[in-house]
Design a protein around this ligand. Sequence first.
Ligand code: SAH
Length: 264
Amino acid sequence: ARVGDIESSRRPSLLQRWRGVGSHPASEQSEARLIESFERARTLMVRDQLHRRGIRDPRVLDAMSQVPRERFTRGENGRPRAADVYRDGALPIGRGQTLSQPFIVAAMTQALAVPDDARVLEIGTGTGYNTAVLALIAREVWTVERDAVLAEEARARLQNLGFSNIRFRVGDGSLGWKDGSPYDGILVTAGAPDIPRSLVEQLSPGGRLIIPVGGSEHQRLLRVTTGPSPNQVETETLMECRFVPLIGREGWLGSEMSPRGEGP
Ligand code: SAH
């Protein structure tokens, strides 16, 4: 199937509503040209970076065809350019953090394989880009970010885009978010030294946790699937990856970047 053949998800397209919101065009004509260049770059990104590399879940392809990645970068000196926003790599978002590479967002979301009526937990809101992709697929997204500035920016951005099925929290997501548990899926967008026990405990039976685990420079992306009882878990390695550290009680300790459990 070509990307153009993908049937749209049961959620209505938000694209119409997103046009023009929050931008200050020099003229309507230049705005239209700009939107067109982003849309073209997004279509090519979905085809060349995602579909061609094996991302086949139509819900993921459809969601990533809709979410305007250009709205998730700061664009400090003027506007972001389509070639930068949709390039095949991560983007710096300030405060030492990054907006994940499109392929990684797609691969993680596909690996989560949540049902349409799912409740999912995301750890590491960052810009909120992956949050938006999840929110087009799942019924509810609960997301935790430790950096209050990033969290507030993401909340405002996603609200402007019209999302109303996302809950935000500022805090240590290595401990999960008990209030919404159990979750059908948990996606962690920062690298941990080990699989946080709290996260596994907050999964429903048959739920999946997607998490990068390894050293601070380099990790393996794992999928942990729970069995009928909480003690039965299956762990698969999906790919090699590189994420910023998960800093917290069940992640890395903030000051020294040493894994938990090494102290007295
Ligand atoms: N998915 C994001 C990528 C964010 S980068 C995006 O697409 O934009 C990882 C994020 O995890 C950073 O914003 C970082 O501040 C956050 N983070 C690190 N440790 C955390 C923790 N213990 N709890 C919640 N967020 C954490």
